[in-house]
Design a protein around this ligand. Structure first.
Ligand code: ADP
Ligand code: MG
Length: 206
């Protein structure tokens, strides 16, 4: 099961991890961009926590509101992209009884919308390179997903992103020189996935 309370914990945990790694995200974005990713993400997730829907029993509603907060508060390229991911995923989830397999299919819809919005594909050195392989694993495992599998896949994806040449956003300006450096958005997405794994762990089902 994936409950509304788990969705809220996911966002709180993400906000915590992002805030405590704000400087790292800033430094990564400084090397291949304009250095605002740490600030953008901290501000966005802080707003998402403040505006969390505490009343609902429907995880989809929680995620949809998170998307709205992120969209209005993150700014930069990543605001509309993270906003789209959470809004579209949330829209896709119906009711209070949500299985992990439902969460996976809703995140698939979310990441597809994100790709469309940013006109980005895999291997272009963006957060998609972290999120899509993880979501693929989630779809494959369905209700058998475990937090260990999730973390392993996220770590593996993070290592791959580093090697790609940037094709999207400000980092694309660095062309070949972007190879070997980590992408800020992939790193922040890693924290979001790590937070999801922590929530699944606590639930005792994963
Ligand atoms: P900005 O680039 O406007 O300064 P941020 O610094 O907050 O915004 O976010 C940068 C991150 O956004 C990059 O590290 C990358 O992962 C992601 N990104 C940029 N452009 C795209 C895109 N078109 N599709 C997907 N992700 C993208
Ligand atoms: Mg930036």
């Amino acid at each position: 099961m994936f409950t509304a309370e788990m969705a809220r914990q996911w966002i709180k945990e993400s906000a915590k991890k992002i805030e405590s790694n704000k400087e790292q995200l800033t430094d990564l974005d400084q090397a291949l961009g304009d250095g605002d990713h740490g600030l953008n993400m901290t501000r966005g997730f802080k707003a998402a926590v403040e505006q969390l829907n505490k009343e609902t029993d429907e995880p989809g509603k929680v995620l949809k509101d998170v998307g709205t907060s992120l969209l209005s508060k993150i700014g930069g390229a990543s605001g509309p992209l993270y906003g789209t991911l959470f809004m579209k995923s949330g829209n896709q989830l119906d009711g209070t009884k949500v299985q992990l397999s439902d969460l996976s299919s809703s995140l698939r819809v979310g990441v597809d919308a994100m790709k469309k919005r940013g006109k980005a594909e895999r291997e272009e050195k963006t957060m998609i390179d972290l999120l899509e392989p993880v979501i693929e694993l989630m779809e494959e495992k369905g209700n058998e997903l475990t937090s260990d599998l999730l973390i392993d896949k996220a770590k593996e994806a993070l290592e791959h992103v580093k090697e790609y040449e940037a094709k999207k956003g400000r980092a694309a300006y660095y062309k070949e020189k972007s190879k070997g450096k980590q992408d800020a958005g992939a790193q922040s997405s890693y924290y979001v996935i790590e937070s999801l794994a922590a929530v699944l762990d606590k639930d005792g089902e994963a």
